[in-house]
Write a protein that binds this ligand. Structure first.
Ligand SMILES: Cc1cc2nc3c(=O)[nH]c(=O)nc-3n(C[C@H](O)[C@H](O)[C@H](O)COP(=O)(O)OP(=O)(O)OC[C@H]3O[C@@H](n4cnc5c(N)ncnc54)[C@H](O)[C@@H]3O)c2cc1C
Length: 398
């Protein structure tokens, strides 16, 4: 590695890439030796010091997504000085199946944690991290359309669309691009919006499985009576739901969700996001490492994608710390050990989020009945519930 090269370049400054950069900055004497490559200049640089938008409808397009951060992710973001302000706490999760008996309730008191998690808009998570990155001394490069262009046994060249090159010893791809060898189309799109509930239960999150896919209502930071909606259903149905006027959509979502929170009133724009799973067989290819959505893009059921990506970042930072003290050596052993350490968590989380949205949609009465019984069993038997909930809260531990 020559002196002008960075020991490490992170390609993609989404939540996972930024979190990794911040974790590495804590173990490196000189954080300016970390290159964090952003796809485009920040559109609202002047606004990054102001509070992020939290009202329903304040964001647009893919930015309309809200993220349920589990307890482990909240602790990590807090440590990095990047906990999103105003995130709505989740104390209880209610899981049910439309048209069938049986439900499961998971409470924060079962796990002796102050809350199971919290919900924040995607831009609020990204901006909280960006503020911390801005104060960290990390080198942020604005290089649109960057990609790994060349690699050999000494390092990697990342090239931007305008031809500018960044040389590094290790390149981490965190651009969110779903280029995995394993892929599944779910035949489901997600309708994203927000509703106000007539009989809210602050701190309760709901996952309700319907024959077309899961319908989630998550506490929304905009208010105690506001819920973010992630309604996964057949693409044609999603397109119809997106076109309805607000009153008709309110009736449709109230009917699909049931009466637990009273009538629901739609209070935000609707956005449709197509759903699929994409997974790379391995995260490491020579000196190039993929983390976050670039390594595995998941169905949003149970809100696991970012939580898993942050665990990728934490594990990679921990693995690389000793090598970064002398980055002239070969990082091969370190990177292979990282890939091995991550295998169980990423395959188990991917398998869970791949199975859940499909098993409830078979339309077969015996399967639906079995799912209902499984939910009932989970509710009644804490020893059954605990491992599943613990995995969703903290990830897989070897
Ligand atoms: C509907 C929906 C709901 C979800 N809900 C949850 C949830 O509740 N909880 C949860 O944990 N997860 C959830 N997820 C998943 C979560 O959004 C992702 O897992 C998470 O955003 C992944 O972060 P990332 O940083 O890996 O990728 P991204 O968020 O995709 O960020 C990648 C970044 O890289 C940049 N980039 C792209 N190409 C380039 C390039 N060539 N050069 C430089 N930069 C580039 C992009 O502009 C972007 O800033 C949800 C997903 C969906 C679709």
């Amino acid at each position: 590695m020559d002196d002008s090269a960075f020991p490490i370049a992170i390609l993609g400054a989404g939540p996972v890439g930024q979190a990794l950069a911040l974790m590495l900055a804590r173990v490196m004497d000189d954080p300016s030796r970390i290159a964090l490559i952003q796809g485009a200049p920040p559109a609202r640089a002047a606004e990054t010091a102001s509070p992020p938008p939290t009202g329903p409808g304040a964001t647009a397009g893919a930015e309309a997504r809200v993220l349920a951060l589990n307890h482990g992710s909240l602790v990590l973001l807090e440590t990095l000085g990047a906990r999103p302000p105003g995130a709505a706490p989740i104390h209880t999760i209610h899981v049910s199946q439309r048209g069938r008996l049986g439900h499961a309730v998971i409470r924060h008191t079962d796990f002796q944690v102050p809350q199971l998690g919290a919900v924040a808009p995607y831009p609020a998570v990204r901006e909280a991290l960006a503020r911390a990155v801005g104060q960290s001394g990390i080198t942020v490069l604005h290089a649109h359309g960057s990609r790994v262009a060349a690699r050999d046994h000494e390092g990697v060249v990342v090239r931007a669309a305008d031809g500018r090159e960044t040389r590094c010893a290790v390149a981490v791809v965190s651009d969110g691009a779903a280029t995995g060898q394993l892929r599944r189309e779910y035949g489901q799109d997600a309708v994203l919006t927000a509703v106000r509930a007539a009989r809210p239960r602050p701190g309760w999150a709901y996952e309700r499985f319907t024959r077309e896919g899961p319908l989630a209502l998550l506490p929304h930071p905009a208010g105690d009576d506001c819920y973010a909606v992630v309604w996964c259903c057949a693409p044609a149905h999603a397109a119809e739901l997106a076109k309805l006027d607000a009153a008709a959509f309110s009736r449709a979502v109230s009917s699909a969700f049931g009466d637990r929170l009273g009538p629901l009133t739609c209070i935000a724009d609707r956005h449709v996001s197509s759903l699929f799973m994409s997974m790379r067989r391995t995260q490491v290819d020579g000196r190039v490492v993929a983390i976050g959505n670039a390594a595995q893009t998941l169905h949003p059921v149970a809100g696991q994608g970012l939580n898993l990506g942050l665990r990728d970042a934490a594990s990679l930072a921990q693995s690389l710390a000793p090598w970064l003290r002398d980055p002239t050596g070969d990082p091969g052993v370190t990177l292979r050990a990282f890939a091995g350490a991550r295998r169980g968590d990423r395959w188990l989380t991917t398998a869970l989020t791949d199975l859940l949205p499909r098993v409830f949609t078979t339309g077969l009465a015996p399967v639906e009945h079995a799912c209902g019984l499984a939910l009932l069993a989970l509710d009644l038997a804490a020893p059954l519930r605990a491992p599943l909930a613990r995995h969703l809260l903290q990830g897989w531990r070897a």
